[in-house]
Design a protein around this ligand. Structure first.
Ligand code: ATP
Ligand code: MG
Length: 397
């Protein structure tokens, strides 16, 4: 490791895993980093060490990209040195000279691993002494410093930095299977999709286009949500299926008890999602449902919705408050300030909050459900969102 500027990536939870799992997760993480940097056409080189990844190159461009990659606790722009205390001190001083002023509350945070000859406390005080010679009168304050310098003495060299840019946490994308997200024009479902991605799940979207039953803004918003989600996995595409919900709405509103419209609708969406998932080898269905948010999201009704499919239904927002969901939505970029008309014309005045499974079954038996589901799956358009753009993929026979 030469003296150089690098982006240091810190990995958290991965270190709880067994060796083989860790290896697999590290592989996924470095692959995701490379895919992201390649997508931006950035030159870099990567070195992997225990618990740390160093990326050499244009650190100002690399750091913000990498800090968005799931599975990373935080990143720092660092200087690499030898693991000799004098070298680390010289570099620490270089950092301090830019930001440390006399009288400021200051701390040196030192770590040492597989390096002998000094303890981490000795290293910290050696470094503080060197800095004191040039910038005297700082106040050592380990609890509430205004400025900190971090030094790490490791068997492969020294690492010095003074800033930690928070990452997203979670697990590397691609380490937790695949799932299709029922993705609407709303606030919740893109957040649900993002939270699953953060836990390592590769996501596809399924938007059910209500046609004349739905507000005209819905289709654009759903597409825009997926487009924005794609900025969270640079270099990798997110498929979005857009299936037609109109034939089902027409049939259902003609034949079934309108009181249960929202339940029929959600159960139908689940079935189409299951069809898409089966076709594309996905292991779960994600929804943005949230306990108690609307009539169809009582515990009882969500049970009836879940019973429409065999595949695992995942509801990452189940216990979130709306404020929390909105806060995440703003942070990840899917919040639309003025979404336009997203209303649904099929919603009854008094939607049912409790529904008996037998009644729902007998109402649905009035429809040719298999055919409606099959046709919705078969006629779905496929779009791909990648690096903040979305385009239609023409499906050949
Ligand atoms: P969101 O919950 O995403 O804000 P919403 O509030 O319009 O959208 P709800 O009635 O709360 O929708 O629906 C619950 C869940 O059902 C959504 O979170 C989403 O997963 C799914 N869903 C609703 N409408 C659609 C749609 N048109 N296409 C695909 N999935 C949908
Ligand atoms: Mg909702």
């Amino acid at each position: 490791m030469e003296q150089n500027t690098a982006v240091m990536v810190r990995i958290g939870e991965l270190w709880l895993k067994s060796e083989p799992v860790k290896k697999q997760f590290m592989l996924a993480l470095t692959r995701n980093i490379k895919t992201a940097l390649d997508a931006q056409k950035i030159d870099y080189s990567i070195e992997e060490y225990r618990g740390r990844i160093l990326i050499f190159g244009d650190t100002k461009r690399i750091a913000p990209i990498v800090s968005k990659i799931f599975g990373i606790v935080d990143v720092s722009i660092c200087e690499t040195t030898t693991n000799q205390p004098e070298d680390m001190a010289k570099t620490a001083l270089k950092f301090a000279e830019k930001k440390l002023k006399p009288g400021m509350r200051f701390a040196v945070r030192a770590r040492r691993q597989h390096v002998s000859g000094f303890t981490s406390q000795q290293l910290a005080s050696m470094i503080a002494d060197v800095i004191w010679e040039k910038i005297p009168d700082f106040v050592v304050d380990l609890d509430d410093p205004e400025y900190e310098v971090f030094v790490e003495a490791r068997e492969y060299g020294g690492i010095v930095y003074d800033e930690r840019i928070p990452g997203q946490g979670g697990l590397p994308l691609g380490t937790a299977g695949r799932a299709v997200t029922l993705l609407s024009a709303g606030i919740d479902s893109p957040v649900a999709a993002w939270l699953m991605m953060k836990r390592g799940v590769i996501i596809s979207g399924l938007f059910m286009d209500g046609g004349r039953w739905a507000g005209p803004a819905t289709r654009y918003l759903a597409m825009d949500n997926v487009r924005i989600l794609s900025t969270w996995c640079p270099g990798r595409g997110i498929p979005l299926w857009i299936a037609n919900l109109e034939p089902f709405f027409d049939a259902m509103t003609n034949s079934c008890d309108r009181h249960y419209t929202c339940l029929f609708c959600k159960r139908f969406m689940m079935r189409v999602a299951e069809g898409v998932a089966e076709q594309n080898k996905m292991e779960g269905i994600v929804s943005g449902e949230n306990l108690g948010q609307v009539a169809s999201q009582t515990l009882q009704n969500m049970g009836v919705i879940t019973a429409s499919v065999k595949l695992t239904v995942l509801r990452p927002l189940l216990t979130y408050d709306k404020e929390e969901i909105v806060a995440i939505s703003r942070r990840i970029g899917t919040y639309h300030e003025s979404p336009g008309d997203t209303g649904c014309l099929a919603v009854p005045k008094k939607p049912a909050t409790r529904s008996a499974q037998e009644l729902i079954d007998s109402e649905e038996n009035k429809l040719d459900m298999d055919k409606l589901v099959r046709e919705a799956v078969l006629s779905a358009e496929l779009w791909i969102a990648k690096d903040g753009e979305i385009f239609q993929k023409i499906l050949s026979e």
